[in-house]
Write a protein that binds this ligand. Sequence first.
Ligand SMILES: Cc1ncc(COP(=O)(O)O)c(C=O)c1O
Length: 315
Amino acid sequence: MSLKKTDKIWHNGKMIEWDDARIHVISHVVSYGSAVFEGIRCYATVQGSAIFRLREHMQRLHNSAHIYRMDFPFSIEETSQGALDLVRANKMDAAYIRPIVLRGYGEAGVNPYDCPIEVYMACWNWGRYLGDDAIKNGVDVCVSSWNRSAPNTLPQMSKAAANYMNSQLIRMEAMANGYVEGIALDVNGYVSEGSGENVFLVHEGKVLTPPLASCVLPGITRDTMMALCRDMDIPVAEQMIPREMLYVADEVFFAGTAVEVTPVRSIDKIQVGNGARGPITKKLQDEFYALTGGKKPDRHGWLTPVPAPATVGAR
Ligand SMILES: Cc1ncc(COP(=O)(O)O)c(C=O)c1O
């Protein structure tokens, strides 16, 4: 197991020990997948630790809960402060932060309303999600035989645990066939996204990514990529993407908190471009890592510094 536990977990506003963060097996979430969550990175920037796009992640967490009629017991500010406290309490410089809002132990039926809402936040060290050389050399992927969920079934604007059963099918199938990751199509056959990341391609000098209507998670790294394109005068658009455009694209890359910005070098064993990281992918990567590393001014206000230890305590 590569997950290395840390000391503290934030639970409903208090710090508890990692090993004490337990739920009952009959909790609603276990049978029915009733949880929403986030994945957030804290970077060790040259100015100190800072959480990337913290408010946007917490806003999405609240949106995810709202879609599922969960009464979120903490504000965006309180959960944001909790994430900052958590990183500091675990004495971490860089971390992956995982807030989870779940329906706990109460009733056994599908009706969730008598099950309490529990909020947990854990953090740990998480390196390169798709392998160490992926960022530089790219990954070999396939188009999945599994589709993303149809509109008006499992809402993709909610980052809900249940969505990740579909993600697991995509990822397991890809790995069983010797690929690192799968790209799923939407129910209409247009490109949607990877099991845990958004997809971009470069075609005829333009950066393209599927619209939210293609059943993609509204990724915060996706939004970051589009903002960086606009900053650097690279034409960018959200548009429906036919599957075959993946094969003729000059560049394809993934964007997500876990994968950050990862080039794709082949799809279904068809080489993408010249089979190496493309120039626009590299430009976006360089800008992304410069900003998240604090090596360039934080012109968008995307980094929230983690406060000094003396100001931190269990809330
Ligand atoms: C299915 C899926 N799509 C896209 C993303 C990328 O979203 P973000 O950039 O906000 O991490 C993720 C990761 O959270 C994901 O799980």
